[in-house]
Design a binder for this molecule. Structure first.
Ligand SMILES: [Zn+2]
Length: 167
């Protein structure tokens, strides 16, 4: 009979089946779980636990952590995210920002905007990245500078026009 607690979640690294392991006799018997695939990093198992249930619980806890989507852990707190959005919105229109001095200082401290002097701020690439990520626009990593970003956009546009011309 298989009880629910006996079930091993898939390997947190490769998604393959988990495997129970044990070693030693009597008092020194120890249990662990690892990936069944010996090529996987999850295979390197350690026999830490005195009973099998603890080993299964630990394995399943680690597997559960891995299951959480990345969206579950935003980089910015909700209020900061909205301030950043507001800042980008107003500055893109060429207006001054209206999120408040204390709030903008806070954003600067978090590294999503940078102080340009004379009370002026601009969004950092990290800020843009956080912003796009928040709106699920799947920004790419690693981060690019504005120049790199523009160069890539120019290159893409050139290729697209070239492609149409040839096509
Ligand atoms: Zn694995």
């Amino acid at each position: 009979m298989t009880t629910k607690t006996d079930e091993l979640k898939p390997c947190p690294f490769c998604g393959g089946p988990g495997d129970r392991q044990s070693g030693g006799d009597g008092e020194s018997r120890r249990y662990g779980c690892s990936c069944a695939n010996w090529k996987c990093v999850g295979h390197a198992s350690a026999l830490f636990h005195k009973n099998q249930q603890d080993a299964v619980d630990e394995w399943n806890r680690r597997a559960a952590l891995q299951e959480q989507p990345n969206d579950a852990s935003p980089f910015l707190q909700e209020d900061d995210q909205h301030d950043l959005h507001r800042f980008i919105e107003t500055t893109e229109d060429g207006q001054g920002y209206d999120v408040g001095k204390d709030r903008i200082k806070r954003l600067a401290e978090l590294g999503v905007v940078s102080n340009q002097g004379f009370g002026r701020y601009s969004v950092t690439m990290f800020g843009y990245w956080c912003h796009e990520r928040y709106w699920h626009q799947n920004p790419s990593l690693p981060l690019k500078t504005i120049d790199e970003y523009n160069a890539e956009a120019t290159e893409n546009a050139r290729r697209r026009i070239g492609g149409e011309g040839n096509g």
